[in-house]
Unconditional design. Sequence first.
Length: 273
Amino acid sequence: MNPGQDVLLEDTLRKLRLPSIAREYPEHARQAREAGESYEAFLLALASRELDQRQTNQVQRRLNEARFPILKTLEKTDLKKWPGLDAVQVHEYMDCHYITNRENIVILGKHGTGKTHAATVLGVEACRRGYRVLFTTAAHLVNLLIEAREERQLKRYLAKLSRFELLIIDEAGYIPFSAEGAQLLFQVFSDRYEKASLIVTSNLPFAQWTSTFGDAALTAALLDRLTHHCSIHEFDWESIRFTDSLKNNKLKKKPVNRPDAAAGGSASVEKSS
């Protein structure tokens, strides 16, 4: 093409919002000429690259929108640290059928057992599969709900929450709620019942949730909605962080050979922890 055609093509691709093609077509055109590829193969290569880039951008937008505190992925997760969570079931969750079926997942367990990590892994995979996800702690969500009510924006905020196909509520049970906060959180659970999925993590068994929500009848009604069409997992092992810390300390205290030990003998020193 002559320079004028190059400029016209770039301007046309920009107006069509095809940035990947605009950026990469010169190199693809050179490779196609050298390989003797057909026009169709050249066009397919460019269109595929544009599609791949758009999908990558969409996933990144969903991850940003989800507001995960730390990004955790299945690829970088050691499933052996979750002995009570079957690896086969984890991979089934990756297919996100529970979201399609509007089912919930509840993860109960002590502090440090990997509940937040597991919820994040599931949420990240949902983003990759094209679902809109929001991650929040229970306390933060309640604060936002109370603020929205005070500003007469509660209906709008609840409508915003309803647009997320998966809502992850972390750390339910760590902080007791006021009567108003408990009622508002109940409304969120009620609004999503059989309409959209929840993942909830808590350090408390269900029998102790009344201590967080205050009202026994409200707690019973909330659990009734949450646990219907729900998978419940108990992380009843020791804190992963605590276990890893003990292991690291033992490694630090392990005797090591001194590099300047005299020939014919060996000496060791104990490293301070």
